[in-house]
Design a protein around this ligand. Structure first.
Ligand code: SIN
Ligand code: FE2
Length: 207
């Protein structure tokens, strides 16, 4: 993992090609099993009700949802009413490897980006603790990932995330603004119909 300096903050780490092709394929299989049980849903912005361009689901004890009432973590899928499937062992291994001092992850948000989808600049701050990092895995088409500082107006820079890459937002960089500007079409053969999957592992409650 390499440290990416961002606005003098430490803790943004990047692991290019952390997962090889075989591991990426195995992860996609894991995700297919999860999505069969916990289908993708399209969140909407609290208040305005404007739909996200990204579809989502989760695994873990808690899942992140967004609806007219707000952003939150909850133990049940908003459509099926069932508990979220378990976090795959492969992702728990990743967490142990990159966040050895953190308690186990409680949530894994699964974002699916079709070509054209994006995610505006935001902070991950719906958790009740910020001690543990947020650990992200990219699969499928390359994304332009934008990172800034702790204030929305801070300067930002962007870099490309390819299939198999891992990013850790930890330490001073745990609460940096970040987002996905765009998905670069046809840049990966991992997903048959194209697009990008991003997985983010999170600790939600204090240990
Ligand atoms: C997120 O911030 O939830 C996802 C980031 C990404 O898709 O790389
Ligand atoms: Fe995020």
């Amino acid at each position: 993992m390499q440290e990416i300096p961002i606005n003098t903050l430490n803790g943004l780490r990047y692991g290019p090609g952390h997962f090889d092709r075989a591991a990426q394929e195995a992860l996609v299989e894991d995700i297919r099993t999860i999505v069969a049980e916990a289908p993708l849903f399209r969140p909407v912005m609290p208040g305005t009700g404007k739909p996200f361009s990204v579809r989502m689901t989760n695994c873990g004890l808690l899942g992140w949802v967004a609806d007219k009432a707000g952003y939150r973590y909850q133990p049940l899928h908003p459509v099926t009413g069932k508990p979220w499937p378990e976090i795959p062992e492969r992702l728990k291994d990743l967490w142990r490897a990159v966040a050895p001092d953190a308690p186990p992850p409680e949530a894994c948000l699964i974002n699916f980006y079709e070509p054209g989808a994006k995610l505006g600049l935001h902070q991950d701050r719906d958790e009740k603790t910020f001690d543990a990092p947020v650990v992200s895995v990219s699969l499928g088409d390359t994304a332009t990932f934008r990172v800034g500082g702790l204030n929305r107006k801070d300067p930002t820079r962007s870099f490309r995330l390819q299939s198999g890459d891992v990013v850790v937002l930890g330490g001073e960089a745990r609460l940096i603004f970040h987002g996905v500007d765009r998905i670069l079409k046809d840049t990966s053969t991992l997903l048959k119909s194209g697009g990008r999957i991003n997985l983010t592992l999170r600790r939600v409650t204090p240990a």
